[in-house]
Design a protein around this ligand. Structure first.
Ligand code: RB5
Length: 150
């Protein structure tokens, strides 16, 4: 399992902390930036991380901005990406079981670093439940084919 991780300036400090956590837990990861607290545009980082997941270079991704909102909206524009914005462990578990989310998004300005680590632990440790949920996830793919022009 290799993870792609990225943030804008609003999520930079939390990204650095989550990288430390991933290393402690033995997860391989690739950092797609940003590399400093200087201002950058979150769609650029979303595209890099989501692109790495879609290309199969990484298995799943973690994206962080100030709120987690902009960067998750941007990532979800790439067909095949299911980015879930989670600020609690219940949602982190549910989105893996029900939505097979392939990117976890969080907001540094919304939650504490300790909770963020627990959310990452829960999200990475939960498997997709399949069954009726696979049918629904399949329908998300159908919506992409119907409405998103490449
Ligand atoms: C940057 O100031 C901020 O807008 C960004 O990190 C994010 O919160 C956007 O949704």
């Amino acid at each position: 399992m290799k993870l792609a991780i990225g943030s804008d300036h609003g999520g930079f400090r939390l990204k650095e902390d989550i990288k430390e956590f991933l290393a402690e837990e033995g997860f391989a990861f690739e950092d797609f930036g940003t590399r400093s607290p200087e201002s950058v545009d979150y769609p650029d980082i979303a595209e890099k991380v989501a692109g790495a997941v879609l290309a199969g270079r990484c298995d799943k991704g973690i994206l962080i901005c100030g709120t987690g909102i902009g960067i998750s909206i941007a990532a979800n524009k790439l067909p095949g990406i299911r980015a879930a914005l989670c600020h609690d462990t219940f949602s982190a578990k549910a989105t893996r079981e029900h939505n097979d989310s392939n990117i976890l998004a969080m907001g540094e300005r919304v939650i504490g670093f300790g909770l963020a680590r627990e959310i990452v632990r829960t999200w990475l440790g939960t498997q997709f439940a399949g069954g009726r949920h696979a049918v629904r996830v399949g329908k998300i793919g159908e919506l992409e084919s119907k409405y998103i022009s490449r």
